[in-house]
Design a protein around this ligand. Sequence first.
Ligand code: ARG
Length: 624
Amino acid sequence: MTTQTPESAGIVDPSAVLDERFKDAISSVLPDLPREQIQTHITPSRQPKFGDFQSNCAMPLAKRFGMQPRELAAKVIEAIDVTGIAEPMNESSIAGPGFINITLLPSAISDALGSLDTPQLGITPPDSPPTVVVDLCGVNLAKQMHVGHLRSTVIGDAIARLYERMGYKVIRQSHVGDWGLPIAMVVQKLIEREDAGLDLQTVTLAQLNTMYKQAQSECKAETKAVQLLEKVGGHPKAMAELELRIENANEHMERAKSRLVALQSGDSESVRVWQRIYDITMSACLHTCARLHANVTDEHSAGESTYRDELGSVVQDLIDRKIAEEDDGALVVKCDGIKEPTIIRKRDGGYLYATTDMAAIKRRVGTLGGDIVVYCVDSRQSLHFKQVFAAAHKAGYDKASDGHDASLVHAMFGTILGEDGKPLKSRSGENLNLSDLLDEAVSRAEATLSERSPDITGDERHQIAEAVAMAAVKYTDLAIERVKDYIFSFDRMLAFEGDTGPYLLYALVRIRSIFRKAQEAGIDTGAIESAPFDLREPSEKALALKLLRYPSVVEGASLNHEPNRMCAYAYELASGFSSFFDQCPVLKNDDDSLRASRLRLCALTGRVLEDALQTLGIPTVDRM
Ligand code: ARG
């Protein structure tokens, strides 16, 4: 039997200790039940009057073994050893149909808090950390970042940070859409414009964006319209006009296609222009990433173009090993359980988005050593990833060097909607440009700040507004369950009260100001680091229990790729702190040791909150 206490084991989470103790007890009551099958169902109590935790193990177990739940609960209680962790249990610990209420020993909570109060905040990195590849951002050349890329960047970066916080090795990869026909169209267009006198050095991303659209529409032949007109007998003049347009479009398309061939074969003129488009797009994109406090830089760019020399051999390999087969002129991989085969080569010999993603899996697992590859991409691409994952598995591209299968995860996200419930667009109905959106958030935050804190002015106010706005936008995007759509509302996300980014920043500012005030009042805060925790009031105990959950929240949020769990936790912690601070005098306390204990609790809360925000990639401020 284990007699671990939180302190002896350096364990922060009392529920982990309880879990072991309950398993011991259940094993002795039900010796035939294999230990690994035991589920203790320990959760925080809904109401403090029932204790701190409860175990709901008795009901399912009793059902399985044909017993009375309360009777089984009584046996478990009799067998359990709660030395050093919880108050002794008796008949009155059993409630309702068989819930077992648990009240922790005050010393167990203080000990556990002591274990949490270390530089690592109770999170121990694994001995041999797995490698995680995170696919994030993934902008497209010649296009401005739109709100869809906000989610891929912000959530992807948070997932990467969560794994980093766990001590895993993280490799970020931005799968930039920088190759293929649409890009060749823009290259062609720019070369034509250059011939007409355009200076490539002065071109902006906004201009590229416009040219991208023009190129798209110029190459689009309205063949369907002519067919329709032919059928219904359209006016000869209209027909002739349309036919001319089609001819024109076909010419544009031909030129774009030859440009693609030139680009693919390394023609220096084409490559020079392509490189310029790349540089213009990426410098704007990386600037926005930096502004968003997302760690996405040049070294994380692994665009589609970087796979260009690998596609041929991937396809050949799939043919040689009979993984791929011909289907109506195209080359496809058919996988069990997926209706639509994965097309890896078109009838005209061209490669596709899926071909590149096959090569990417090969590189990410085979070369980069990924044990987990997480794709933070819109849920509308879910079929694509299902197909590609299945095809890669069939080909064995997901096999790591030690022979185990890497796990490929599509951490998909929903759509950002406008107030009308449709995907968020600009007033003119186009994709909303991300940096315009961020600018508006900043100017709104600045307006609120000047109203609330007139003493903050000038540059400082602008800097604080920038951080508050990023925190607001990011927190909203991270706090919602990833797969859900949400309605974008500046008013809601920028509010200083409620479940918002600004509220959390404000909570941290308040905690920091306690220490400033302590200094002003001449209170010695130097000794608090080792002050014994003395938890007297229910609200301070509640805060302590919230703090102790931190390591397991970080773990749950990262392994499930759900930053929203961290957000929910941060909000709960900030609210818990607020109740504690309302109810428990800290600086105004004459009892020196109680004051030291409470100051230490404040400091620890501040550190955990700061760590949580940092792990989510949310910037903080010193005042607001
Ligand atoms: N460029 C793509 C888009 O904007 C996203 C890339 C996602 N990553 C991937 N490996 N396919 O839709």
